[in-house]
Design a protein around this ligand. Structure first.
Ligand code: NAD
Length: 494
């Protein structure tokens, strides 16, 4: 099958497709190192043109005054278009990110579902009539911000793009999307579908390129009135400072170092499958990866052996092979970064229980592969147990009792997700309330639905994505007072 036909090296800027004015960057298939496409980055003049055209399109009565059910119809058409092109989109994303086709198919379906969900949410959202304290009718209405800067990472592009574009358009805005430098292809394909569905083209510009250049220009553009960011905590801090200087709202979905907790009564098969999925699916390149695996000390040896045996048996291969469980990392540079972090773990005293190296299988020699890795022997405050690796690397940590477990699980700057494996639902709920995390899974892991709010606590994020109310985070609230008084305001009387 042919990948989605992206126009050769063109990006949508303010309604038209054109060559980026910045330097070219190769999009590489990490399964074999081949170049899929070369895309020129946007330059600052294109960021400015996109922002101006976006602001004009958002203010155009044809969009500004479009009734919600009609705007919803456009979003539903985008969902249909994504579904109609699901397979080529999935293949394109697999080639640009290395992910398995099973996963990219799910991400494409998720993107379509996101547009459909926000179409429905938009049609059913209501304003409020707060109780009045005087002779007037008070109304609380929600209005678009204008132009939204959406900045996304490389790990799940089409789904993370849709989670920003759909609610931002539903809210009545224009969007400047900055995909990650290495993985812009599926975002460019998505822009084509959004335009073809009938959304006024200037409402979505896709501006690829380096974050410190293009992302920075978007975040500082005076017409950009809100930043919606998904990525690392370090970048989140930079954007938070820009937003503070400009006094504009920012939502941030950031990194994590999530605990996944085995209790003594956990079901063995369910727990091993769930823990492996939590850390090794997406080759560990998941913000919610369950990378700190807590095992009860009394059963430590048994659980560790089971997990090591299962991790060692995982099948590595290209994302296009249906048998593959662990695909290559998204880029060679990232693979090398993961390898360096495992080397540092060794220096910290880690025992590599499995993996810990690039595979020596000749079949995988051209790709950015790294073996599923489990480490132990580290103190909970070791850098390896505290810093996000964003690769197929988990640390096994023993705990004594519930108090020790909660203290260890919470002793990180992050607070994104948590998994709890137990047959005792009372214990599960008790732990779930005590762990500092935006999402807690009980006897499952990495399950999502667009209707369920998603957020990180502590340094894992600010604000909430997904759910009906995400539309409101792309709007300004305004209060209207309509006088019902029969007399003028008495103060002014002579
Ligand atoms: P990153 O922070 O390096 O980059 C994310 C995006 O920000 C990219 O598009 C990048 O070009 C841009 N960027 C970088 N510097 C910028 C700047 N100064 N100004 C504006 N934009 C800038 O993250 P990454 O390496 O692409 O992605 C991995 C990270 O994303 C991990 O930390 C992961 O946990 C996180 N992530 C979080 C979630 C979540 O929902 N919480 C989801 C996916 C990924």
């Amino acid at each position: 099958m042919q990948p989605f036909p992206v126009p050769p090296d063109e990006i949508p800027v303010g309604g038209g497709w054109q060559r980026g004015g910045g330097p070219a960057s190769a999009c590489v298939d990490p399964a074999d190192g081949s170049t899929v496409a070369s895309i020129h980055a946007a330059d600052s003049a294109q960021v400015d043109a996109a922002a101006r055209a976006g602001a004009a399109a958002a203010a155009d009565p044809a969009w500004r005054d479009l009734l919600p059910h009609r705007r919803a119809r456009l979003l539903a058409r985008v969902a249909d278009a994504i579904e109609d092109h699901a397979e080529p989109l999935a293949l394109l994303q697999t080639r640009n990110t290395g992910k398995t086709l099973g996963e990219t198919r799910a991400l494409v379906a998720s993107a379509a579902g996101t547009f459909r969900y926000y179409a429905a949410a938009l049609e059913t959202l209501e304003g409020e009539l707060p109780p009045s304290r005087g002779a007037h009718l008070t109304m609380s209405v929600h209005e678009p911000i204008g132009v939204v800067g959406a900045i996304t990472p490389w790990n799940s592009p089409i789904a993370s793009d849709a989670q920003k574009i759909a609610p931002a358009l539903a809210a009545g805005n224009a969007v400047l999307l900055k995909p990650a430098e290495a993985t812009p292809l599926v975002s460019l394909a998505l822009a084509r579908l959004v335009q073809d569905a009938g959304v006024p083209p200037a409402l979505l510009s896709v501006l690829p390129g380096p974050g410190t250049v293009v992302g920075d220009a978007i975040s500082r553009h005076p017409l950009v009135g809100k930043l919606a960011f998904t990525g690392g905590t370090t970048t989140g801090r930079v954007l938070g400072r820009v937003a503070a200087d400009r006094i504009i709202p920012v939502t941030m979905e950031l990194g994590g170092k999530s605990p996944t907790i085995v209790c003594e009564d956990s079901d063995v098969e369910e727990t091993v499958a769930g823990i492996l999925y939590g850390i090794f699916s997406s080759t560990g390149q998941s913000c919610v990866a369950g990378s700190r695996i807590f095992l009860p000390r009394r059963q430590y040896g048994e659980w560790a052996s089971r997990l090591i045996a299962a991790a060692t048996a995982l099948r590595l291969g290209p994302g296009t092979d249906p048998a593959t469980q662990v695909a290559p990392l998204a880029t060679f540079a990232h693979r090398d970064k993961v390898a360096a972090m495992v080397d540092r773990a060794r220096e910290e005293g880690a025992v590599v229980r499995c993996g810990g190296r690039i595979p020596d299988d000749e079949r995988l020699s051209r790709g950015a592969y790294y073996l599923p890795t489990l480490l132990d022997g580290l103190a909970p405050d070791a850098k390896t147990c505290q810093e996000e690796i964003f690769g197929p690397v988990g640390v096994l940590l023993p705990y004594e009792d519930e108090e020790d477990l909660v203290a260890q699980a919470n002793s990180t700057v992050y607070g994104l997700a948590c998994g709890i494996w137990t047959a005792d639902y009372r214990r599960a709920l008790r732990l779930a309330r005590r762990i500092e995390a935006g999402t807690v899974w009980i006897n499952t892991y990495k399950q999502f639905s667009i209707s369920t709010p998603f957020s990180g606590t502590k340094e894992s994020g600010l604000g909430t994505d997904k759910g009906r109310t995400a539309i409101r985070s792309y709007q300004r609230q305004k209060s209207l007072y309509l006088s019902l008084a029969d007399e003028p305001i008495p103060w002014a009387r002579g």
